[in-house]
Design a protein around this ligand. Sequence first.
Ligand code: AMP
Length: 410
Amino acid sequence: MSFNNLGLSNALLKAVSKKGYTEPSPIQNKTIPLILEGKDVLASAQTGTGKTAGFTLPLLQILSQGQQLSRRPVRALVLTPTRELAAQVFESVKDYSIYLDIKAAVIFGGVNQNPQVKALRNGVDILVATPGRLLDLHNQKLLSLAKVEILVLDEADRMLDMGFLRDIKKIIGLMPTRRQNLLFSATFSKEIKQLAQGFLHHPVMVEATPENTTVDKIIQKVVRVDKGKKPTLIIDLIKEGDWQQVLMFTRTKHGANKLSEKLVKSGISSAAIHGNKSQGARTKALADFKRGTIRVLVATDIAARGLDIPLLPHVVNYELPNVPEDYVHRIGRTGRAGASGEALSLVSVDEMEYVQGIEKLLDLKLPSEVLEGYEPTDRLEDVKKAKNNNSRGGGNNGRGRRNFRGKPRR
Ligand code: AMP
């Protein structure tokens, strides 16, 4: 299948070939003709599948064919959960519209609103936005959604996870009822289905990859290790394997900072990326990581969501997520675009229950091993006890540390 058969204009085909794409991805094959027909679409697609072009290309074609209104009101709105994703979608829109007379803008929080307001004043055909700043500017009467013809919810599941449901509903209420709606989501939870029912009209369902399965090309491994030994183990693995580009996940923002500091102290360049970091710091960390000036990007799930980091050789779950679906999102960052990748999970005894949840979701057994010098000795009941003590304000930092003979430390 080539891009030529999808019904896209020459200007878009030229932009696609400038990007170096030779054939459409499966999701693009499915969504592009449907969207061009004017259908509402409910698509199951993770990052890495080419979903952004899957909605941006037809959207641009529809906008460029439609009647150009003189003051250029917003005619298409793409909502994303995070600033990073908004920035990336905006870049894609710019790339694909290079040969079209289409104006685009991006707005998100955490930065000065003035440049965004200026862009809006100049007229915008397609607006990419995160919900908070969008409502903020709307409340200040700095933008109108009264002429929106197409609405895209990108990574809708993550928007719900982040508590944006009310904002989304408010935003929908600000638009004309007659419009085309596209919803992209990595998973189809009950909540997503409810949201979809509320605003999509006879949607066509499209699936890029079977729901909740991981890409075959990813080699998944579990290494069992005591929590207290994780830092030295990961430093050893990175140094011995000479890993150059590692995306590492922690469960908390604090954990991400601490781990990143430890890596830097041991001579491995690293940065942390999470919701408490300023927009500038996040953008810089991601750019440095892509450029290869930092080797390890330590991220929380929310911060990493939607990041476009192609060809990632190593994804490490420094801590496992307690939601199995997040594991699928995390490891989807490796083995992209035809390359193989390795997803390694460092699992302490108290995280074994998460492994079971993941195995159940994926319907497969994750190979698990123990590395020499890092044999785990922690016992579940001791770790749990330590955690309880810690949450009551006492205890040993909740780490359940034991000495090398496996006896609790005094
Ligand atoms: P996405 O899933 O939209 O985040 O896209 C993942 C990556 O695939 C991005 O780096 C895109 O530039 C790239 N991409 C999108 N469509 C194609 C295509 N048809 N052929 C090759 N790469 C693509």
